[in-house]
Design a protein around this ligand. Sequence first.
Ligand SMILES: CC(C)(COP(=O)(O)OP(=O)(O)OC[C@H]1O[C@@H](n2cnc3c(N)ncnc32)[C@H](O)[C@@H]1OP(=O)(O)O)[C@@H](O)C(=O)NCCC(=O)NCCS
Length: 332
Amino acid sequence: MSCERQLKGAKITGVGYYVPEKILTNADLEKIVDTSDKWIVERSGIRERHISSDDQAASDLAYEASLKALEKSGVKAEELDQIIVGTATSDMLFPATACLLQNMLGAKKAAAYDLTAACSGFIFGVSIADSMISSGKAEKILVVGVELLSRITDYTDRATCVLFGDGAGAAVIESCSPQEGILSTFIKTDGEYTDLLYLPGGGSRNPLTEESIKKGEQYIHMKGSELFKYAVKAMVQAAREALGSVGLGPEDVDFLIPHQANIRIIQGVRKRLKLKKEQVVINIDRMGNTSTASIPIALGELEESNIIKKGNLVLLVAFGGGLTWGSILFRK
Ligand SMILES: CC(C)(COP(=O)(O)OP(=O)(O)OC[C@H]1O[C@@H](n2cnc3c(N)ncnc32)[C@H](O)[C@@H]1OP(=O)(O)O)[C@@H](O)C(=O)NCCC(=O)NCCS
């Protein structure tokens, strides 16, 4: 009798996204800080971003995106085995936003937990879901990327406040035959560069005090141009790893969905992978950088556009603070 484990496949069966109604344009930002529409568009590719209302929290955005993903997949919340939420702007430090979401959805059966991998959170979440499903530990997992970066953005700092937006994206991952769906995943971290993108205050190292708030430690600190150098290299590596591990190359890819941090990073990745413009999904102009939500939002938009067809090869590639980076390769 063989005691070999039979690996199953895992497949994205429904994607949903939600962005708040309020839009902050470059013209709005020109009134707040010393910047210009021209600088922002040329240096980042961003024209506008969505900003949450005061009464919205991560679980609210995640809930809206999750409802849509569940509807698309035809899976009922009660059927979910797990809920994984990637976020750095959870409702509270604990309980996990995933626990709040579990209750909102009525997903009674699901084990629910958050993970923090900055802008790579959704990719890390899908990678975990893929492992859980392929090893037979779960059948149906909801993965959410949600971020309210406006809550931790200093709107007096022109170097960061023009970049970020709020939003959520969700995907239902289900078991399938090993030949279908997710073909490979890749995740990677380099903790040597934590100082390039971080939130100094509010954790156990540096709890918020009147003094730390005066210093602005409740806000994102970013060394943008240094991060930029790593971003292109890391994303190209992640793309090649996911493809190479299953004997494929960039020439096989139909669509690349990169994390939307900067149009120049996206173009750099596209050129190095020798992809055509129309193969790369871009929404940074309308969304800004929504961190871990950016890839599932872009995937949701691609699905809605109907240009993606069954059998297409899709590559998701992220890079973010930590540093963290990773990729998911799947067959639609
Ligand atoms: C943030 C980012 C857009 C800045 O672009 P950049 O070309 O690197 O610009 P720099 O930071 O070198 O700044 C260049 C100049 O523009 C100025 N500047 C910065 N923000 C500005 C703004 N909003 N408006 C006008 N000028 C601005 C700077 O003060 C600097 O002026 P100086 O030369 O007089 O000092 C870019 O570095 C970036 O996208 N980095 C990567 C972000 C990323 O990958 N994040 C990780 C994943 S979330």
